[in-house]
Design a protein around this ligand. Structure first.
Ligand SMILES: C[S@@+](CC[C@H](N)C(=O)[O-])C[C@H]1O[C@@H](n2cnc3c(N)ncnc32)[C@H](O)[C@@H]1O
Length: 238
């Protein structure tokens, strides 16, 4: 996957792109990330890319021509253009799975009071990372790339993605590591039993219970089997 980022702060990405899973995805050539300074597309000698809004109002807006030129110079036949924006649907794992299938993404980072609305005519998706307002789109772009890097084949173990919280609409079961006991805090016996079938049953049950306790809204969206419904019912009745 090729990702072109349009930003006025390319330097914000330096450490992000050279760390951990994202670094590995780049080294494995599963993703290629190119940074583009929007000011390079400015139409004036001061390299300005913002101006006051027509009709008055607070703050500055990113102007249309540099963004138009940047997108048009990068766009190919299969490109999807994404504007990270608090006005889009909120990113979730299902959307991430769909986005990870694309060959080429252009990710536009807004700043100031956002962009001239004509930009939206060039955009395939607006995506928000949550119901709050950030200063710019750089952190949302990093979040989106981090999420996508996990899903691009070959970057992390496929089993790890399959077992991640939210992949099947549920939260992951609780996990423990050594030591098995510390100051009276113990690891559940079943995990030490070596009985794989029992462990799998326990994990399935705990995944449902954890989801019910922490994110009951997820259960409402999921078609539960008879067996799963019984488990949830038994927790509710406690
Ligand atoms: C200060 S915000 C502009 C908000 C705009 N005035 C509004 O009310 O919709 C500047 C930029 O940060 C980015 N941004 C802010 N919050 C975001 C969020 N929750 N998700 C994605 N991008 C966000 C967008 O790129 C936006 O253009």
């Amino acid at each position: 996957m090729i990702i072109d980022i349009i930003t006025i702060f390319p330097e914000m990405f330096t450490s992000f792109l050279s760390t951990s899973i994202v670094k590995r995805a780049i080294e494995l050539e599963q993703i290629t990330v190119n940074l583009h300074q929007l000011r390079d597309y400015s139409h004036n000698k001061h390299r300005n890319i913002d101006d006051t809004p027509y009709g008055g109002g607070v703050g500055m807006l990113m102007t249309f021509p540099p963004i138009y030129d940047a997108i048009m110079s990068l766009k190919k036949e299969n490109t999807k253009v994404i504007y990270l924006s608090p006005q889009g649907p909120i990113l979730n794992q299902g959307m991430a799975f769909d986005l990870a299938k694309n060959e080429h993404l252009i990710l536009l980072c807004g700043h100031y009071e956002g962009v001239d609305n004509r930009v939206l005519e060039l955009v395939d998706y607006e995506i928000s990372i949550g119901d709050y307002i950030l200063t710019g789109g750089e952190l949302p772009v990093m979040i989106l790339i981090d999420v996508l890097a996990r899903l691009v084949p070959g970057v992390i173990l496929e089993e790890s993605v399959v077992e991640d919280s939210l992949t099947d609409g549920l939260l992951k079961y609780p996990q423990y590591t050594k030591p098995r006991s510390y100051k009276g805090y113990d690891v559940p016996d079943v995990l030490l039993s070596g009985h794989h079938e029992e462990i799998a049953k326990w994990r399935k049950k705990m995944s449902l219970i954890t989801t019910y306790e922490k994110r009951p809204d997820l259960l409402e969206k999921k078609d539960l089997t008879e067996e799963e419904l019984l488990i949830v019912k038994s927790v509710k009745e406690k």
